[in-house]
Design a protein around this ligand. Structure first.
Ligand SMILES: [Zn+2]
Ligand SMILES: [Zn+2]
Length: 363
């Protein structure tokens, strides 16, 4: 039976979001309907509202979510009704050239639900193919990953986006390991998750870099061993500060979690020889970078980008939830506040002012 439920919609570019009654169809083949329990407020939701992602308004926002499987479409074998799941942006196909090479985490042909949720008969564009600031949402079965139901919904949902991106930037893309030195530029949700990932991987030195002292204090709680407040420094001073903290050498892994050319350059010059630079911050299309090619060659190592933390949800989500339940991964520290579905617009303002790591909508 289809459902009419409440959901947070961005109707037009730059206008405040509103809670609307939206229509959720029954799941088609390979689709499932989820009773959403919690959904974190992410910068990407705000970028959709501002028209910075594309112009496919109206958007159904929300994509960092957990919930219960309530309806199953034909042919779905990985889930049953009542399963507690974390949602992901992208169901892997199992058939593309990356999947066939045994690297489904890089799947080149991911998919979302085929059917559309609607508002007054108009098709909604769900944020990142999810749309979970809503009492129910429709996703492809591969977008829902079953995890232990011993974890609170507001904590579980976090690993569906920003926290996974940061943890994965350190653990999957950067390959941080015991004894490494790491520096992280930008200490919001993604950067702090990269710090947390470096800590659980056994990094010896973890340097947090930000303009905001409050964020540097948060970074210390996640495991930063040193902080650099770069608010009154130029790039060469930041690079020198990182080198001073690493016996003059630079770090083994430099993680840029902002997405700006200036901080990327700092990361590039702050790593040790044969070190790795990981770009997990999302740049905008007009940004350019100018590096001497001889430095790219001469320093060796690797320049990598980390898309969704190079995660494979079916592999990583249950493992991370288990680490949390064992007390080895700090996930609850990311939850700054729990809010209602009516408070999303206000949560955007708090996020822009840097007052919260994550506001989480409880549904
Ligand atoms: Zn997100
Ligand atoms: Zn694939």
């Amino acid at each position: 039976m289809p459902h009419d439920v409440r959901g947070v919609v961005a109707k037009t570019k730059g206008e405040p979001v509103s809670v609307e009654t939206i229509h959720i169809p029954d799941p088609g083949p390979g689709e499932v309907v989820i009773d959403v329990q919690a959904c974190g407020v992410c910068h990407t939701d705000l970028h959709y509202r501002e028209g910075a992602i594309n112009d496919d308004f109206p958007f159904l926002l929300g994509h960092e979510a957990s919930g219960i499987v309530s309806q199953i479409g034909a042919g779905v074998t990985n889930l049953t009704e009542g399963d507690f799941v974390v949602l992901n942006w992208r169901a892997v196909c199992g058939e593309c050239r990356s999947c066939l090479r045994g690297k489904p985490q890089y799947c080149f042909s991911t998919h979302n639900a085929q059917q559309k949720m609607t508002l007054d008969g108009i098709e909604l564009s769900p944020a990142l193919g999810i749309g979970a600031f809503a009492e129910k949402t429709l996703v492809a079965a591969g977008q829902a990953t079953k995890v232990s139901n011993a974890v609170e919904p507001e904590v579980a949902g976090l690993i569906g986006c920003g926290v996974m991106a940061g943890l994965g930037a350190a653990l999957n893309t950067g390959g941080v390991t015991r004894g490494d030195s790491v520096a992280v530029w930008g200490c919001g949700g993604v950067g702090d998750a990269a710090i947390e990932g470096s800590r659980i991987a056994g990094a010896h030195t973890i340097i947090a870099i930000d303009l905001d002292q409050r964020k540097l204090e948060w970074a210390k709680e996640f495991g930063a061993t040193h902080t650099i407040n770069s608010s009154d420094m130029d790039s060469s001073q930041v690079i020198e500060a990182v080198q001073r903290l690493t016996s003059g050498n630079g770090v083994d892994v430099a993680i840029e979690a902002i997405g700006l050319p200036a901080t990327y350059e700092q990361a590039f010059y702050s790593r040790d020889l044969a070190g790795t630079v990981v770009l997990v911050g999302v740049p905008s299309p007009e940004m350019r970078i100018d590096l001497p090619l001889i430095e790219v060659f001469g320093r060796g190592g690797a320049l990598k980008s980390s898309w969704y933390g190079d995660c494979l949800p079916s592999r990583d989500f249950p493992m991370l939830i288990d680490l949390y339940l064992q007390g080895r991964l700090q996930l609850d520290r990311f939850v700054s506040e729990k809010i209602t579905i009516e408070e999303v617009e206000n949560a955007f303002l708090k996020m822009e002012r840097g007052e919260v790591l994550r506001s989480v909508v409880i549904i």
